[in-house]
Each structure stands twice: as C-alpha cells, then as structure tokens.
Design a binder for this molecule. Structure first.
Ligand SMILES: *Cc1c(COP(=O)(O)O)cnc(C)c1O
Length: 373
C-alpha cells in the first residue's frame, strides 16, 4: 500500500489546550472557544474533537461545519456549545441555528433582524449573541453607533451579549493597529456595560492575542492555530511557546535512482545533477497537500536516531517528489517526515511562501488519516 499518512496526536491537542489555559489569568480564567472551522484546520473534525474535550465551546465558520461538529460531539458524548463565528447566511439558517441551539455571531442588520423578530428559546445557547464590533480589521462587524444600537435592541429582546472583535495584526509584536483596536474595543465595552448591562461579556483574542495581549483575554479567548501547535506569533516559535505539533505528515521512499552528471529531475528539469547522484522518490505530492515547491524545501529523515534534513530536488508533482539522498544510505521503504515533530509546518510554509494555517487546510483526503494518543 502507498505509505502516505497524516497522524493526529490527541495528546498534543490536549497538551496545547492546557498550555493555552495556563496563559490565562488563574483568578478569573477566560473560557476557551476552540476553533475547529475548516475541518479543524484540515486536521479532520472526527480526528480532533476528542483531544479537545477540555474546551468550553467549539467555533465553526458555517452551518455544515456546525452540524458535523454537533454530530461528532454526540458520538463522543460531548455536550458543548457550538458557535457560528460568521453567524447565519440567511433566515433558513437562523431557524436551523435556533433548532440546534447554536450560538451565533451577529455582524450585520439582516442577522440582527432575524434575532429580534424570531427570538431564540430562553434557555438555549442561541440566546447568547456574539455581537461583532469592527475595531479595525474591516472585515466583519458593526461600526461604533451600529454596535451600541444593536446591543440595546438585543438586550431588550432578552439576549445575553458577548461583545467580540478580531485582531488584524496581533501576531506582530507592538503593531500600532493592535493598540488602536484594543482602545476602540475597551471604549465600547465600557459604554455597553455602563449603559446597558454590567454582565455583558467580551471576547477579543485569537491565538496570537492569547500569547501577546495577556490583558485582553476578557471572558472568552478564541484559540485556533495554537491548538494545532502552529505558529501563533512572529517573534516566538510554537516550540518556544510550549506547543506541540498535532499533525504529523509522513511518506516513504518507494523508488531510488542513480543519476549521471547532467541528468535533470522532474517537470521542467529544474534541478540538474552537477555530480553523480542518488535520488529517492517519495510517495507524496501536491495531490496529498504538500505545496508545489521547486528545490529548496527539505524533508526530515531519522536514520539510526540521527535527524537528516534532506533537500527536495526539482518540482513537486501531484503524486510524488524527489529528494537527493546521495550522502545517505537510504532504501525503498524508508520513512520520511514532511512536517511534524522536528520539522514544524511553519518552516515548510516559509519555504512555500505561505503560512502553516494554509498547509494544514490544504491537506487532502488521500493520505491515510489516523489518530494516536
Ligand atoms: C479563525 C478565527 C480565530 C482563530 O484564529 P487563530 O489565529 O487560528 O487563533 C479566532 N477568531 C475568529 C473570528 C476567527 O475567524
């Protein structure tokens, strides 16, 4: 069988969640909304939720994800609130959200009107609205006047409120936009608590904010990439933050060739042997979710307990890629790590000009996916 695997480590997920919880103020710990949108950042909902049993709620981006998370939760006997972090995309979805008890972000007038005209059941989680304020990301949310009006209307209709907003640049230390966003958020939160209800809650931080803005944790943090052991902030690696990679992407050598000087490798002939070379062919390519890089990137091979970072040569193809194994004695069947422990996905992402979030999301169904504890 083709040996291409994606392994999701439940212990690493639980460890990362616990590491996040340890950064929270112990006197008044925020709750953790574990972001499992986009199929748990490509890790697979069904492969991920059991590692996140200590989360306070799950966050998703659309109704189909919410329904899947609810179904998997039921099979695991987990009863957790699920939040649609972009809210509903139409009235039919508002009805579904009420039926299933999903929490909703409200970021526009259409959503606000559904909630006011067709109120959620008093004891359901839908009765708590995540009211989105646009503090400077300029993606979703009400402006200053709009958010105050919306808060008043929702409060009057019997909803509990969580004021929420999203950082644009929290991964970069001391970015001026972050300070501006915090000031705007705090100003409105103060107004809402003074004029409407002192119990109004707040949620501002994503993973980057959790680690870089300890004074902004408020009542809920929304942890995504850090749960998966990815890179949350620019100035510290996941390893330095005590996070472990949840995903291990592996393959193996399934052919080898001896090349003469001057022979080139793969589509476009973009790598040429300048001396006789031994190459290995790996059972993995962009059809599995590895980025379509040319030269430069490396894979990790552990041989007799020694790590070797071995260069990918030529262009990555759909089903295969080639590595230069001239300096190592490697054989068909030897295993190779694309990313995971010892070779973080954010390192591969930097070779591919992207971020680990995207690499995770783009892993496909073809690798054999399994969980380990
Ligand atoms: C995806 C998302 C998060 C999580 O972001 P990370 O950077 O992965 O921690 C938090 N909040 C919102 C609104 C999101 O869309």
């Amino acid at each position: 069988m083709r040996n291409t695997t994606i392994t999701i480590n439940q212990t690493a997920l639980a460890h990362n969640l616990s590491t996040i919880k340890h950064t929270l103020n112990p006197d008044r710990p925020a709750k953790v909304l574990a972001m499992v949108k986009a199929n748990a950042y490509g890790h697979g909902i069904s492969h991920t939720l059991s590692g996140l049993g200590e989360a306070d709620a799950f966050g998703v981006a659309c109704m189909s994800e919410a329904l899947e998370v609810q179904e998997v939760c039921q099979t695991l006997d987990m009863d957790k609130p699920i939040v649609l972090i972009e809210g509903v995309f139409g009235f039919d979805e508002w009805q579904l959200a009420r039926e299933h008890g999903f929490g909703c972000v409200i970021h526009n007038t259409a959503q606000l009107n559904f909630a006011i005209k067709h109120p959620a059941k008093p004891d359901s989680f839908t009765r708590t609205v995540w009211l989105k304020y646009n503090t400077g990301m300029n993606r979703l949310g009400f402006d200053k006047d709009g958010v105050i009006c919306a808060a008043k209307a929702l409060h009057q209709a019997g909803y509990k409120l969580i004021l929420t907003s999203h950082f644009a640049c929290a991964d970069e230390p001391n970015h001026p936009i972050t300070a501006k966003q915090i000031a705007r958020f705090d100003e409105i939160l103060h107004i809402l608590r003074t004029d409407i209800d002192t119990d109004i809650q707040a949620s501002l931080c994503n993973s980057a904010g959790i680690f870089s803005q300890p004074d902004c944790h408020h009542d809920w943090v929304r942890a995504g990439i850090a749960l998966y052991g990815g890179k949350a902030v620019a100035d510290r690696t996941a390893y330095e933050l005590g996070l472990r990679p949840a995903m291990t992407f592996g393959a193996s050598i399934f052919a080898t060739h001896q090349l003469r000087t001057g022979e080139s490798v793969s589509y476009g002939g973009l790598w040429t042997a300048d001396k006789p070379a031994q190459i290995g062919v790996l059972s993995v390519g962009y059809g599995d979710g590895y980025p379509r890089v040319v030269n430069g990137a490396k894979v990790l091979i552990i041989k007799e307990n020694q790590p070797y970072f071995v260069p990918i040569i030529g262009r990555v193809a759909m089903d295969t890629m080639m590595i230069d194994i001239s300096d190592l004695s490697l054989n068909v069947g030897d295993e190779v790590l694309l990313w995971g422990d010892g070779l973080p996905a954010h390192q591969v992402a930097s070779w591919a000009n992207t971020i680990d979030y995207e690499l995770f999301c783009k892993t496909t169904n073809r690798p054999t996916r399994r969980t380990v504890v």
